[in-house]
Design a protein around this ligand. Structure first.
Ligand SMILES: Cc1ncc(COP(=O)(O)O)c(C=O)c1O
Ligand SMILES: [Zn+2]
Length: 406
């Protein structure tokens, strides 16, 4: 690929624009959280938003910050199934319900879209090692995608991360630090150590390119719907990057006049980890709500100090999006109901989108013409036991003669 794309990085707080640089992650004036950077392209009539000759998410190269070869092995990131769920449409009385099943990515979460772009940047800048702090998915994704690229992944995660997620990291050959603390504490530790060691940073919101990779989920969704964007898109929110990426993708398509209207994008948080929601409802100018001791059944969105909170709130404000919180019980039951109604088994953070849909129905927000999409961001097998307490059914012990045991 010989791709001449040029772009700048703009601070979401002070608006200053920077020329990209190997060491530049956040605005030097506004610092982390307040001063996250956003990639700005000059879109022109020559921008070709979809290039069928490139594999996987690289088909969207004109809208990605990729400047040169070598591209990392894509391992078929993206092109995940878009599943229609007629049983949910009938039950909710809506016209269309689409599920973007991103748990079908190579390492089973949406995060692969971001990791592969981070790896492309690391290769461009000549790094051999990358680090990330993660609730689990960004880590396994980085580890899994570094492996074929011959790069080393260094991972910091809370020791409470589900066992299957930790095992996945070790299997891919990552160096793993299980931090005796929260995700937020693991995040801060990773920054101190990772930069000191001279590794490339794949931490949410610190690295401005992750959001760009995440946009490809929305590009695919809208392309598969023949450029008829849904009215409503729901997604679970942790740091706020995926949520922002949906808006940015839709806005870029609107700028290119490929879609007429930006969908209403609704971010779902869990009651025990709702800092983005609290920040949003305090209103502009957005300043991060108090740091929370976050707990949630949805470990992937159990974030007490969201790093992309300013961006997420700004995007919501700009396009009339908003945030809802749901309880752990609603999330747990949603895993079961979604699996039974659609066949898609989501991890808790993914099923949060469905819990949000149920809320919208209860609050009379949905109408018979509504076309809705759920971004299901992680596979249920990542944390298969999470929903077990919400199941009415139990296994039936039975003797080899077929007699049911009490
Ligand atoms: C499965 C899943 N869903 C949703 C999210 C939320 O993404 P973000 O942190 O970008 O808000 C994450 C992030 O960790 C995730 O792993
Ligand atoms: Zn700034």
């Amino acid at each position: 690929m010989n791709h001449p794309m040029t772009y700048l990085l703009r601070c979401v707080n002070c608006g200053k624009e920077y020329v990209p640089d190997r060491e530049l992650y956040t605005c030097p004036d506004c610092l982390d959280r307040m001063g996250t950077l956003e990639v700005v392209y000059s879109l022109t009539s020559k921008t070709q938003w979809y290039r069928s000759e490139y594999p996987g998410i690289w088909a969207y190269a004109d809208l990605l910050p990729i400047v040169k070869d070598p591209l990392p092995p894509s391992l078929y990131v993206g092109n995940t199934p878009l599943v229609r769920a007629p049983r949910i449409e009938r039950e909710f009385g809506i016209q269309e319900l689409w599920i973007k099943d991103d748990g079908k990515n190579p390492t089973a979460s949406f995060k692969d879209r971001a990791s592969v772009v981070a790896i492309a940047k690391a290769l461009e800048y000549g790094y051999t090692d990358l680090f990330a702090a993660s609730t689990g998915n960004a880590a396994s994704s980085l580890a899994g995608l570094c492996a074929p690229a011959g790069l080393k992944a260094h991972i910091y995660l809370p020791e409470t991360a589900p066992e299957a997620k930790i095992a996945q990291l070790l299997i891919y050959g990552a160096q793993v630090f299980a931090v005796r603390g929260s995700y937020d504490e693991a995040f801060d530790l990773s920054l101190r150590e990772g930069f000191q060691k001279g590794w490339y940073c794949r931490n949410s919101a610190i690295n401005p390119y992750l959001l760009e990779g995440k946009k490809t989920g929305t590009f695919e969704l809208i392309r598969e719907l023949n450029m008829r964007a849904p009215d409503i898109i729901l997604v679970g929110v942790g740091d706020g990057t995926v949520y922002s990426s949906i808006h940015k993708a839709a806005e870029e398509l609107a700028q290119l006049r490929l879609i007429g209207r930006i969908p209403t994008i609704i971010g779902i948080q869990s009651e025990g980890a709702n800092a983005v929601c609290r920040t949003f409802y305090r209103g502009e100018p957005f300043t991060p709500a108090d740091i929370q001791d976050a707990t949630s059944l949805a470990d992937s969105i159990a974030v007490g100090k969201p790093r992309d909170v300013i961006k997420a709130c700004q995007w919501a404000e700009r396009h009339n999006g908003f945030f809802l919180t749901v309880s752990d019980e609603e999330i747990g039951k949603s895993i079961v109901e979604l699996a039974r109604a659609s066949g898609v088994f989501a991890e808790p953070a993914g099923a949060a989108a469905y819990a949000g849909l149920k809320r919208l129905k209860d609050e009379g927000f949905l109408n018979a013409k509504a076309r809705v999409a759920l971004m299901i961001t992680g596979n249920g097998l990542k944390d298969a036991r999470a929903a077990v307490p919400y199941l009415a059914e139990r296994v039936i012990p039975v003797s080899v003669e077929g007699i049911r045991e009490k």
